[in-house]
Design a protein around this ligand. Structure first.
Ligand SMILES: [Zn+2]
Length: 294
């Protein structure tokens, strides 16, 4: 794990860091609010990017980072609307996106998530590649509304299209398209720290990532503002480049596998070394290899 940069990691899959370290780092942390339009905002702390949409129907929040940050997030949201969030949409079950669920539900937020994500939250989870454990959620932290394929919320003069992306980063990924405002929250299907994390143990796959990105590209246009799961705001071109990276990697690894190479030999061929990585490249190659072997 030596090659992991901690600055990148704090934004990446921060549950790699022990919870005590998270607590220490979070004391001095400030939540940054970036307006995207008059009533849509991106909020950044230490976990996955959040989004908020405000209006006469009240605040709708997307993702909520870690529990120790909830008060800071609430303070940042208070500057947008003095009332607590009414709805909270989880893009997937990982703790850097759902850690604050119980705290927001306690203030009355109705949590919405894809059915598989809720199911994951009800039981203990472990990501072997990173030795990360995520405990089953408190029942109060669980989504109250779930969907399988898609769901629409008509709130604040906006159509929020919540769409399941199958077996991409996990098996419960949801993207949220703010139709009229042309803003999209991609969850961790699209991240900007280089090679993405594919949580294969929890239903993620390289083909699902590729298909998911293609699905997003059909929804958006060159004017769409994209909020990635991690990293700064993006445009369609950034997503196209990301797709090209994923497809390039997939075809390189398929070629090696078709040539009879073992996992060890595929790793030794360094098929992803020309792409930026926030965590061990070997882990990524192994994930893609196993994903394609299936
Ligand atoms: Zn994630």
């Amino acid at each position: 794990m030596q090659r992991i940069s901690f600055t990148v990691l704090t934004g990446l899959l921060s549950f790699v860091i022990s919870s005590s370290t998270i607590g220490q780092n979070m004391d001095s942390l400030k939540i940054k609010t970036t307006p995207i339009s008059a009533n849509i905002f991106m909020l950044e702390g230490q976990g996955g990017n959040m989004a908020a949409i405000n209006g006469k129907d009240g605040l709708v929040l997307i993702d909520d980072e870690y529990a120790p940050l909830s008060e800071k997030i609430k303070t940042a949201l208070h500057a947008i609307n003095s009332k607590p969030a009414r709805f909270l949409i989880n893009t997937h079950f990982h703790i850097d996106h759902t850690g604050g669920n119980k705290n927001f539900a306690g203030d009355g937020a109705i949590i919405v998530a894809q059915e598989n994500s809720r199911r994951r939250m009800t039981i203990d989870q472990f990501i072997t590649a990173f030795k990360i454990a995520q405990k089953a959620s408190d029942p109060d932290a669980l989504p109250k509304i779930t969907f399988t394929d898609s769901l629409r919320l008509y709130l604040n003069n906006e159509t929020l299209q919540v769409i399941h992306i199958k077996n991409a980063h996990t098996d419960g990924d949801a993207i949220i398209f703010f139709k009229e405002s042309n803003v999209l929250h991609a969850g961790d299907v699209f991240v900007r720290y280089g090679l993405p994390l594919i949580d294969q143990e929890h239903g993620g796959s390289i083909d699902g990532m590729i298909n998911g990105v293609k699905q997003i590209l059909l929804l958006i246009n060159e004017h769409t503002v994209i909020i990635p799961g991690h990293g700064g705001l993006a445009k369609m071109k950034d997503l196209q480049d990301y797709l090209q990276m994923l497809e390039t990697i997939r075809s390189r690894i398929v070629k090696l596998m078709n040539g009879g190479k073992t996992l060890k030999e595929v790793i030794a061929a360094k098929p992803v070394d020309d792409f930026p990585a926030a965590f061990l490249r070997e882990v990524f190659v192994e994930t893609v290899y196993n994903s394609l072997k299936k």
